[in-house]
Design a protein around this ligand. Sequence first.
Ligand SMILES: *Cc1c(COP(=O)(O)O)cnc(C)c1O
Length: 837
Amino acid sequence: MSSGSYPPRAVPPALQGLVKLALDLRWSWHHGSDVLWRTLGEETWERVPNAWLVLNSVSDRRLKQLAEDPDFLGLLDRQLEAQAEFNRVPTWFSTDYQGCPFKAVAFFSMEYGVTESLPIYSGGLGILAGDLLKASSDLGVPVIAVGLLYQQGYFRQSVNSDGDQLEFYPYNDPTMLPLSPLRDEHGEWVRVVLDFPGRRLSLRAWHGQVGRCELLLLDSNDPINEPGDRGITSELYGGGSELRLQQELVLGIGGWRLLQQLGIQPEVCHLNEGHTAFAALERVRSIQLETGLAFDAARLAARARTLFTTHTPVAAGFDRFPVELVERYLAPLAAELGIAMHELLALGQGDGADPDAPFNMAYLAMSLAGAANGVSEVHGRVSRQLMQHLYPRWPTSEVPIASVTNGVHTPSWDSPAADALWTRAYGKNRWRGDLAAVDAALPGIDDGELWALRNDNRRRLVAFLRRRLTLQHCEKGGADSAGAACGLDLDDEALIIGFARRFTEYKRPNLLLQDPERLVRILNDRSRPVQLVIAGKAHPRDQVGKDMLKQWIRFITRPDVIGRVVFIEDYDLQVAAAFVQGVDVWLNTPRSPWEACGTSGMKVLVNGGLNLSQRDGWWAEAHDPAVGWSIGSPEGLPPGRIAEGDRADAEELYRRLENEVVPSFYDTDAQGIPRAWVALMRESMSRLTPQFSANRMVREYTERFYGPLASGGARRTPEVARQLAAVVHGLRENWHRLRFGSVLVEHEAEHHHFHIQLHVDGLDPDWLKVELVSENDGVVRCEPLTRGEPLVGSEHAFNYHGAVPADRPSEHYTPRVVPAGESLHGPLELNLILWHH
Ligand SMILES: *Cc1c(COP(=O)(O)O)cnc(C)c1O
């Protein structure tokens, strides 16, 4: 695979290295090359940090000049050497991770937020995917990401003076994006072809370099396609069901085909959210083609190496398609897979569902994965409840969804001052290894330096806000207050609270507005003023979200708060970075338990910002009075009592602000340092930053999932998969014949001895596991029983026996039978269970 020779413009030979540097997106977080791009085109770089655009915008004359400038050539040489060095040095994966049992993990995601100059993301899901890629690059984990190149992406936001959101879809000129056409070994642009009803769809492939990792993108805007099809990859999360289905087919089926065409054989496939589940189906098809296995066996072979990460906290959030739509697009695939359409549909409907039930992409992913996880402990629990009915009669705690809490790519979110401070405390390579060294509480950094960091970060934020407010025509707020509206009244020594998020109901972006007069009093305390900075988009079809946005805009223009509260339009990576670096307090007030994880609050940690947040998502794991402030409870209230819960949470929020947050910020000692505040900063920075980093997250995915799935998958050879499919089939067919006989319990001082008869009636007892189950506080414990002799005169019934501690009555233990077998992934691959009642 290569990106070939793709500068749309001629670059002098001496400067050829610039092409390679400009196309490695590492410039978006590693600021070593900033000077280079600034020298090349200061104005462009400041406005749109896109090295590729800078290179393509500079004049030929300037290029010629620089090609003869020894200083510039020296700068370029050093950057090229730094890039080569980064790619050459041993990594955590190559040295510390034992065995490296895989060469490639294919990661599929509908969106990627790597840099604001590659606008193919809408929010949290995309940013997470971008951060995961960057951390994989740092750690040397060989992740190949697959996604879509949107011509327009997600909408860009502006807000008029009435508070109405205006939506724009500017065209992303692909030649100016930091990507290149993906070319094969003959220099030909790689294309993937899909069969759509009555036509063929051609997809063009693009290549992005994210440090050591690669990002492969597909787009349908190929002139040889029908006009309607050229727009399939136009908008992210736009259009109706059919367009969404088309996009997901392009991503999943097209994406897996692309890898095959390139000769890439990823051992592990990681499905990021249900949108991507078709990749796993195409993988099954390709295994069938290669090995001749039937569908069931190929599915077992594929799923052993597939991980599904769900990000959805409510059933309504699952991606679902009407059956007739799925039939129309997938009938040929069902035929190729050798299964009936209703069997294919059942993969996305769940066993025994109504044949007209919508086709659920998260269920499809569960049907094709060998492991699954949610994105925080709370979300793991919520997901187990959401998927419970796919595992009838299994205890909720055994629904096969683990959790890996999200993390953020620390080097992408730290301010220059924070970077310098952390370098002094822990050295340059602190985010590239296992973080074992980042444990002491910022050694060698005194309180004064921490407070100076905060002040420096806040000052930069205020400068950023003034620039942005001027660009977004702040003067439209009204002539008499134009200066205030443009941020001139912002005080860079006064407390700044920030929040930025999707304006949607469950995020409760207007919780602070429950009692506007109380908020005004907090903001306007003369000796302890408070400033608010806000950003966020509402989905174009989310009227509730838009109304909440309007409520804020109305509030902001009240004469008594003008200048104290600012709204920055078009929330994106750049705005997010400025906010999380500069704010003193990050506010997050979702309605529990609907925040799957939330990551924006993690981004302030490295910069010494503190969190004031709902005990939900990641904060339910992190919160502790020594690191910040909390409101609400992680369980939340039932639907009938939502308004009551909102009021209680708002009340708690105001009280924390009035009695704790604001007083603490202004309670300074003789040197002007608020000691208690700085103590919180130190604890939050040193304890939480490593824990909620993408570095920790990627190592966790690698150690708990990628590695085990790769080795387990390697053991599941085509022959093993074929045999296992026969066993699974036999168990399914005959399960109804299993029955318990007598159950005897003998009591002895310390133990209960169980003797249980089981009629297996044609099932192979080696594939059965009989166990005693007890539950304590939601924790399920299983004690396996040992199979003894067949019952006298029977070949189909066995005695099972075992002892359990008598610290609880024997009735607390319930016998059950489940499929056994090391190689079978629990209820995920076979959800049979029989209880003795
Ligand atoms: C981090 C980030 C998000 C996600 O924030 P949440 O708190 O998870 O909602 C969304 N958008 C942008 C631009 C971000 O940087």
